[in-house]
Write a protein that binds this ligand. Structure first.
Ligand code: CTP
Length: 379
């Protein structure tokens, strides 16, 4: 049946640890991977034999997450890289105490999972939460605002969109005590200094989405923040409302976009809110990328033809630009004036992808308008 199916195949191996680690099993798994199967690696723990090791069937959550990711591969965010932040940062006071906030991380995790299920390559940068780790995405764990800023800056360099759902502390203790502060003085004063504003400081040609948790003048405050932080979209919510805000599964947000459009969404699950935000992100990203279907002549001639209606995002015909390939290398090329084809320096890319066939889809995304673009195969 497996050989007959055209559906994607996911294998979740489960066996004795020695059997799993045996090079024969590993070679076979590598072969399956090379043929396009997706492997959900087993977990570590008690095995049927009574021993402890690597071989337990992966958690159901992880298997389901992988299924969703595989089914979403051709979703409307396929080929897109999205960075999502979640949770509330912790700013240390001494080795045992910190300043924290009530963010549960649920909105950010829902955002990350929704983006994954629509085909995006997701990096989730999360402050501590009690939520289970989502499958099929890169998860980077941080504690403080400063650490989050470093992780976001690094991940955003390659990203198409940054969605800041984290509740980042606005202030951090100026000095962190090296030893536990003792209960001696009747009062204790902490001096706080501002943390970096991550959304404002992260630069680049990427879509930026913020969340504004407000307790008064929700729309007005959110609109001001959108301007100040130069965002493309702001999701504002009133945290004083019972069914929206911290620690609950639902949220009632108003979406405010850069062009001033305001849309108040009804109360819905955080996952639904995430999808509505991503609908907007897809719309904004569409203007920054083109999808192309590989034709037989392209494979034969090792060229890519850009249809005339899709040339708008590129510099004028005959003008050079950089094209980043999937191995990270960058070639300099242009769209030929006469043929509408990209042929200069691109033969190597075709050579590196002998599996490419007519009907496959590729996506070219603007990294830096008129200067740098990225070419990827949509799997
Ligand atoms: N944010 C950020 N870096 C910070 C603080 C906030 O990137 N140091 C992001 C949040 O993740 C959120 C957006 O900015 O997406 C708005 O956060 P909010 O706390 O509402 O805004 P502030 O600028 O901190 O304004 P204030 O606390 O004065 O309301």
């Amino acid at each position: 049946t497996v050989l007959a199916t055209k559906a994607p195949v996911i294998v979740a191996p489960s066996m004795d640890a020695n059997m799993f680690q045996n090079s024969i099993t590993q070679d076979n798994l590598a072969k399956l991977k090379a043929r396009g199967f997706t492997i959900v690696d087993p977990g570590y723990g008690y095995l049927a034999s009574g021993k402890v090791g690597l071989g337990r069937l992966a958690d159901v959550e992880k298997i389901i997450g992988t299924v969703k990711q595989v089914l979403g591969r051709s979703g409307d965010l396929a080929g897109k890289r999205i960075v999502v932040t979640a949770g509330g940062t912790r700013e240390p006071i001494d080795p045992v105490r910190h300043i924290g906030n009530r963010s549960s991380g649920k909105m950010g995790y829902a955002m990350a999972e929704a983006a994954r299920d629509r085909g995006a390559t997701v990096t989730l940068i999360t402050a501590p939460t009690s939520l289970p780790e989502p499958a099929s995405m890169e998860v980077i764990r941080v504690e403080t605002a400063v650490q989050m800023k470093e992780a976001v800056t690094k991940a955003s360099a390659q990203a198409d969109a940054l969605i800041m759902a984290a509740a980042v502390a606005d202030y951090q203790p100026k000095n962190v005590a090296e030893a536990k502060i003792k209960k001696e003085a009747p009062t204790l004063t902490l001096e706080l200094v501002k943390t970096p504003d991550i959304l404002t400081e992260v630069k680049g040609n990427l879509i930026k989405v913020g969340f504004a948790a407000e307790s008064e003048d929700v729309i007005e405050n959110a609109r001001r923040k959108l301007e100040k932080k130069k965002l493309d979209l702001m999701a504002a919510n009133d945290i004083t409302a019972k069914e929206s805000g911290f620690a609950v599964d639902t949220n009632k947000v108003t979406l405010i976009s850069r062009d001033g459009k305001i849309e108040s969404l009804p109360l819905m699950s955080k996952r639904e809110v995430a999808d509505r935000i991503l609908d907007r992100v897809v719309g904004m990203l569409d203007g920054r990328s083109v999808e192309l279907i590989i034709k037989p002549f392209m494979i034969k001639l090792r060229r890519i033809r850009i249809d005339s209606d899709k040339r708008g995002i590129f510099p004028p015909l005959g003008t050079g630009f950089d094209l980043e390939l999937d191995d990270g290398s960058v070639i300099n090329t242009y769209i030929d004036k006469r043929t509408g084809q990209i042929w200069k320096n691109i033969r190597q890319w075709f050579k590196a992808h002998p599996e490419l066939k007519a009907g496959d889809k590729v996506i070219i995304t603007v990294v830096e308008p008129l200067k740098k673009y990225r070419l990827e195969i949509i799997k």
